[in-house]
Write a protein that binds this ligand. Structure first.
Ligand code: ASN
Length: 357
């Protein structure tokens, strides 16, 4: 996917419509010799699928346009440049549509959602990501329900943030993780309640949990150029028992690295390997942006609660509290792509920007 020219084709804007952006993913895949591959004709295939809904549901579908990226991907191939391109394409057409749907593979859908949330801060309408565990044409698969639900929530005047609709649930984009590689309810939001859900035929949005009523503020999109952080400048170090000093050093001391997300033990602990704290402190002292969350999918870290976590905050490790890996990593990408001082980057990492912490 190119970051220089927009891969969007065929736009038909009107403020009463929803723009569906198809990027690939299982939902649109078809079987080929090498396995499932993203297929084309999504607009026609989506219309055929929706025509199978009961009439009452078909009447409830808002008007929409579909555009397809020219390079369709399995979402395992997405990069920060993919996130940047999507944000740019949505921002460019924002006022032309009442809402947006990003049709995306599930493997990295929650990463794209978190990144879009940072780039589209202050969003005043819905951006709903969805996908499926089975292709559109699979009998009794999940694609049709996910698309229908995404369309319904993308038409909501109340929803004003990046969200994920999947398996009847509406999740905050900056709070979601993929929790299952096979089950239909593949996504969860471990530290934040649902912001909406489908109950029977009703699509219910919970306004008190939404950014519109919390910290949305004025639109202040931050569409930075992610090129400078798209070549491995930000790393993720997930601890394992026996991790050695040289291993952490070889990752963190590389001069190309500008930031790192640590996933520590439990409530924020590291092994007592001599020298480990020094490596972290040195990297931070060199101006690298270092943050930490837990390996546990639920709960927050509390740096220094245990002796095993003592000194980490002083070494320059910023607490990501209960942020998801997706939200913490994409926030590092987003902050490091901007011309901010390291102090400002650190301050902003610790500040909730889009309800991610
Ligand atoms: N590998 C697929 C993707 O992320 C998985 C899916 O969409 N269910 O594109």
């Amino acid at each position: 996917m190119s970051s220089t020219s927009s891969p969007l084709v065929n736009t038909a804007p009107t403020q009463e419509r929803i723009l569906v952006i198809y990027t690939g993913g299982t939902i649109g895949m078809q079987q080929h010799v090498e396995g499932l591959t993203p297929g084309g004709n999504f607009s026609e295939r989506m219309a055929t699928a929706l025509s199978q809904l009961p009439l009452a549901h078909q009447h409830a579908i808002p008007a929409y346009d579909v555009v397809s990226y020219t390079s369709l991907i399995d979402s395992s191939a997405a990069t920060p440049l993919t996130w940047q391109q999507l944000a740019k394409d949505i921002a460019n057409q924002l006022t032309l549509y009442r809402g947006f749907i990003v049709v995306h593979g599930t493997d990295t859908l929650s990463w794209t959602a978190a990144s879009l949330a940072y780039q589209l801060q202050g969003l005043d309408r819905p951006v709903v990501l969805t996908g499926a565990m089975h292709p559109l044409e699979t009998a009794n698969g999940d694609a049709l329900d996910n698309l229908y639900g995404a369309l319904r929530f993308a038409a909501s005047a109340e929803l004003r943030e990046v969200a994920i609709f999947f398996a009847n649930r509406l999740l905050r984009g900056s709070r979601a993780i993929k929790q299952h590689s096979e089950a239909l309810d593949a996504f969860t939001s471990p530290s934040y309640p649902l912001i909406g859900e489908r109950v029977g035929d009703d699509f219910i949005y919970y306004p008190s949990r939404g950014l519109a009523y919390q910290q949305r503020g004025a639109p202040r999109f931050e569409l930075s150029d992610y090129q400078c952080v798209a070549n491995g400048e930000i790393i993720r170090i997930v601890l394992w028992p026996g991790i050695s000093l040289w291993q952490v050093a070889s990752l963190l001391n590389d001069s190309r690295v500008k930031g790192a997300l640590f996933q520590l033990w439990g409530s924020g602990n590291i092994p007592n390997t001599p020298g480990l704290l020094d490596i972290i402190a040195n990297a931070s002292g060199e101006g690298k942006l270092l943050a930490a969350i837990s390996q546990c999918p639920q709960g927050s870290i509390h740096l220094g609660a245990y002796a095993a976590g003592h000194g980490l905050a002083e070494a320059g490790l910023l607490s990501g509290e209960n942020m998801t890996p997706e939200a913490a990593f994409t926030k590092l990408v987003h902050l490091l792509a901007q011309p901010l001082s390291i102090d400002k980057q650190r301050e902003r990492f610790l500040t909730p920007l889009v309800g991610e912490r």
